[in-house]
Design a protein around this ligand. Structure first.
Ligand SMILES: NC(=O)c1ccc[n+]([C@@H]2O[C@H](COP(=O)([O-])OP(=O)(O)OC[C@H]3O[C@@H](n4cnc5c(N)ncnc54)[C@H](OP(=O)(O)O)[C@@H]3O)[C@@H](O)[C@H]2O)c1
Length: 347
């Protein structure tokens, strides 16, 4: 059985651990902790082996945490590492562990694709370039926003490609996640150079895409307002609804009042970690005006990239086709079932 280690146990790492520990086909070596805090206890309680930097083993053990060994030992024992570290640490881990120990690694969207601290030569989006990750040693999983954009943009390009002049997207981003301890500041902040535009253009070269990003005082998901300008008349609303009807990881919802409604519903429905792991097109916000189609959808920031990381295990370790990988992903995450449930709840 292939062995996977999760380096980092925060918002993303803890979700990845839940998923991989349930997969009968992959063995979870354990998770990494860097701070001797209560999350260490949580991981041990959940039955994960906890690995820490060698120099911190004594500190963790002094606090009576049952530590299984060093990060280096865990990486050595793995076939692939999912790096779920805070932004920028992925590069340090690449230099320190993954390259010298010759281990495949998946990085998260906070790492660099270009420049001195580049960690990989590809950003993955399972809707667009899964096949290109099959032979890779190192891959960056696109951020939640980039992943969500791919789920909407790619089906539209496949269906209407040449008829489209440009895509403009306003990303309205949550300030912090629900479990985050950081304070939510009462301000609307803008991003001078949103990385999402360059990241997406890296995945779909040549796309005429313009992204603006605003951070708002909320902990409840992102909302993307996408404007698609066509050469002539855009497709009808019915055609758009039909296009996304069976799209994997895309739900079409009616009458949600805001992102909080969806997050609270996911928690109420006992979805794992309160995540839907998908985007939700808001039916009543689809608008057609002259040559413009407007689509607004919410994007589950915390859950979105977890099935995507799992898809990368299927490609980089198991060489599975996209179709097979999607089937296994649906089996583990129940995305089709969740989509149906949400669509029934928001009719
Ligand atoms: N949060 C989201 O919604 C979201 C969505 C998509 C993508 N991402 C991306 O996923 C990555 C992780 O984000 P997050 O929200 O999970 O961050 P987070 O909650 O702050 O967790 C980061 C984790 O990194 C650990 N860490 C510290 N130094 C490390 C090192 N040198 N190597 C490995 N791990 C280290 C921390 O461990 P200790 O706690 O033990 O100190 C912590 O558990 C980022 O690249 C982020 O951009 C986040």
């Amino acid at each position: 059985m292939y062995k996977v280690f999760i380096n980092g146990y925060g918002i993303i790492g803890s979700r990845l651990a839940t998923a991989i520990s349930k997969d009968s086909d992959t063995s979870l070596v354990g998770i990494a902790k860097y701070s001797a805090d209560e999350k260490t206890e949580e991981a041990i309680r959940k039955g994960y082996k906890v690995f820490v930097p060698k120099k911190l083993i004594t500190e963790f053990r002094k606090k009576n945490y049952d530590i299984s060994g060093s990060i280096e030992e865990a990486v050595t024992d793995s076939d692939l590492v999912i790096d779920a570290s805070s932004e920028g640490n992925g590069y340090k881990n690449l230099v320190r562990y993954y390259r010298p120990l010759k281990k495949k690694a998946v990085f998260q969207g906070g790492e660099d694709r270009y420049g001195k601290k580049s960690v990989a030569d590809i950003i993955h989006n399972s809707r667009i370039n899964y096949e290109k990750t099959l032979d890779k040693e190192f891959v960056i999983q696109g951020s939640c926003n980039v992943t969500g954009m791919g789920k909407i943009i790619q089906p539209i390009i496949e269906e209407y490609g040449d008829a489209i002049r440009r895509f403009d997207v306003n990303l309205v981003r949550r300030w912090a996640d629900l479990e985050d301890k950081k304070e939510v500041k009462d301000s609307i902040e803008w991003d001078k150079e949103p990385h999402h535009q360059d990241d997406f253009k890296d995945i779909v070269p040549g796309i005429n895409l313009h992204v603006d990003a605003l951070k708002v005082p909320s902990r409840m998901m992102h909302l993307h307002q996408m404007t698609i300008r066509f050469e002539n008349k855009p497709p009808s609303k019915d055609e758009i609804l039909k296009l996304f009807q069976d799209e994997f990881g895309v739900a079409i919802l009616n009458n949600a009042k805001g992102t909080g409604d969806i997050r609270k519903k996911a928690i109420e429905l006992n979805f794992e970690h309160g995540d839907t792991s998908m985007v939700h097109i808001h039916n009543e916000l689809i608008r057609i005006q002259e040559d413009i189609l407007k689509i607004s959808y919410s994007d589950d920031q915390t859950g979105m990239v977890i099935p995507e990381n799992y898809m990368l295990i299927q490609s980089m370790l198991k060489n599975k086709s996209r179709k097979e990988a999607m089937k296994l992903t649906d089996k583990l995450f129940g995305l089709k079932r969740k989509k149906k449930t949400l669509e029934n709840e928001f009719q």
